[in-house]
Design a protein around this ligand. Sequence first.
Ligand SMILES: [Zn+2]
Length: 396
Amino acid sequence: MNRRQFFRTATGAATFVRIPYVSAAGAAKYDLIVKGGRVIDPSRKLDAIRDVAIAHGRIAAIGANIRVDAAEVVDARGKLVVPGLIDIHTHAARIKDGPALCLADGVTGWIDAGSQGADRIGETIAIAKAAPQPCRVLINIGRAGILPEGDTMDINRADVGAAREAIARNREMIAGVKARLSREVVGPNDFEVLRRAQEVASPFHLPVMIHMGQTVSPLPKLLALLKPGDIVTHMFAPPPNSIIDDAGHILPEVMAARRRGVRFDLGNGRVGHLRWDMTERILQAGFLPDTFSTDWTPEGRASQVIDFPNVMSKFLMLGMSIDQVIACATVNASRAFAVFRNRGTLKVGAPADIAVLELREGTFDFVDNYENKRTGRQRLFPSATVLAGKRIATRA
Ligand SMILES: [Zn+2]
């Protein structure tokens, strides 16, 4: 359906919402209704019990008690209905079933952040292309990708020519450049590796995502190389070179980077990125993440990360509001990469990507990257996912 037809449909649907009862003739309008859930859509500042009606793969109407028989009904009573989750730092393209596993967790869009470099980028791209949901990959500036001995410990692996060539060949699937800069990945090469990452990205106008924390160079020196739209992942990394000083002040260079449009992202991961006390101090200083991300790996499914809703729940425990938590995983994340534009929202006309989550009350243990355990009273669980208007999975 073309754009003009679509807007006619959307307008027609909105009219139906205002009518208390809709005849069977009107019923054909919707393919699916997510019924009776608490709809939280930070993009529209909406938090209310609503029905979400879907037609032709798009959000067709949102209203209280839409009295229409749709082809399919997802009963969301007692659950949260939020825009499909967007995870901007995963390694979902490392394994074949990564995308489907993420989708079952409510993740309707993801970025593979540098699993591979120029030499084997084709492998991650093949998985991304076969994925059910919209996704892209970042190319690791290290041409051999993630290496146990350090991606760019050998500076020759930060090969500008090879990376540019790979991007030129795969322009539609490579959405940026990843530079992992911690000591055990680059040694003293962090600044030069980041400089080369920017050299790769600039002719293509692509963002660079840096993996911060435990770097040899002081963070301000690295931040100086970041341009608007670039992303700092692992923003809660403990010293050396965290974003906050010992006195509890966010570094002025970090504030300046945010002001000029650099994004700060969680990147939960499993090693060296997340420690409760640091996270608490940074949140207390008023520096909230722009985006959440899991740094998802098959190993992370078994410990610490588990799933995206679990990662989000940690920040409920740390005092962020449900609205802030959902925003970090939806609308904010949609702004980070062009592929997600018009997603991360439930506005009428947007692609019908929806995560139905269950917010359970109880006692839930969360572990940081240093085996510190904390107990929260709420945990989000994935319940159902709708992708492009089709219900795809049920879990939990
Ligand atoms: Zn990662």
